[in-house]
Design a protein around this ligand. Structure first.
Ligand code: NAD
Length: 296
């Protein structure tokens, strides 16, 4: 007997994730305040109800996929009392580590179980059921969540206790933001020095500069034909989302007194790029900002 699922937040990510659970045979009750999201979910076999509170009483598992931590905490305060005892709360939103621990604590204090389970893989991964999940919570709660996460994703990693899924996500994305900027700066410097992009790629991809930002998401067109750089920087992973994730990383860096000077600087550069109009482009488009500023 599959558990009953309540899915709250049926947006770009939550919509297709909930649809995959319904397709796999789970009874999914959902809520999202946006009418278009409600219609799409109904088409995909989800029973859409008129409020979050109505969605939870019959649920064994409550999954949330919301824009930010304040919304998650507010929603938990609204629904924890309406859920039956020992309901498993799974938050897949990307939020502050501190907010994730707070949310899990509130769920547990109300007699429930809770894990944080943020994702990477984007809208395409959500639709294809190939997301990567990074999970924070107890062994037992992780084990209870895993079968559902396996339906929505391809790779599920238990990262430790509450909040550690969010911690793993922001640490990974801090590496990614810093490394994309480093690769982009190197290409622009190479261009100024008269070095072909392809020549630098051929050297660095076979040498100690090798990294994912170079060989899988190369920010210049040419060397890796599948990257967003070859398609007018259509995402991919949008710079606006990198800005958000580096903001969360910066909060954690500051509140834990970590000397992450490059992580904080990468957050500033992506914030400037995002608010300057680049937010809808792939995050590798920051190379054009670096090149423009270098030619100013
Ligand atoms: P989205 O804005 O498309 O979806 C969020 C949905 O939550 C919206 O439809 C909104 O109406 C709904 N919502 C807001 N308050 C609600 C409430 N109280 N009850 C029910 N629904 C409510 O955002 P998204 O792109 O789906 O992203 C969701 C989360 O996933 C974010 O935390 C984001 O950082 C993370 N994420 C996104 C991507 C991506 O590529 N889009 C990738 C990885 C992680």
């Amino acid at each position: 007997e599959l558990p009953n699922v309540a899915f709250l937040g049926l947006g770009h990510m939550g919509g297709p994730m909930a649809a995959n659970l319904a397709k796999a045979g789970y009874a999914v009750t959902g809520y999202d305040p946006v009418p278009a999201a409600q219609e799409e979910a109904t088409k995909n076999g989800i029973t859409v109800v008129g409020s979050a509170v109505e969605a939870v009483p019959a649920a064994d598992v409550v999954i949330t996929m919301l824009p930010n931590g304040k919304l998650v905490l507010d929603l938990y305060d609204e629904i924890l009392g309406a859920a039956k005892p020992n309901t498993l709360f799974v938050d897949s939103s990307t939020i502050d580590v501190a907010d994730a621990r707070d949310a899990a604590g509130r769920a547990q204090a109300a007699g429930h179980r809770a894990v944080d389970a943020p994702v990477s893989g984007g809208v395409a991964g959500a639709a294809a059921g190939t997301l990567a999940f990074m999970v924070g919570g107890s062994e037992e709660d992780f084990a209870a969540a895993q079968p559902l996460l396996d339906v929505m994703g391809r790779k599920v990693v238990h990262c430790g206790g509450s909040g550690n899924g969010q911690a793993a996500k922001i640490c990974n994305n801090m590496i990614l933001g810093v490394s994309m900027i480093a690769i982009s700066e190197a290409f622009v410097l190479g261009e100024k020095l008269g070095l072909d992009n392809q020549a630098l790629f051929d050297v660095a991809s076979n040498a100690s500069g090798q990294c994912w930002a170079l060989t899988s998401n190369c920010p210049v067109p040419g060397p890796v034909p599948t990257t967003p750089a070859n398609n007018d920087y259509q995402p991919g992973f949008a710079a606006a989302l990198m800005d958000k994730d580096l903001g969360l990383a910066s909060n954690a860096v500051r509140s834990n007194g970590v000397e992450a000077e490059l992580g904080l600087r990468a957050a500033e550069l992506y914030h400037r790029f995002n608010t300057g109009g680049g937010g809808g482009l792939d995050f590798s488009a920051i190379i054009n900002d670096i090149r423009d500023r270098s030619n100013a």
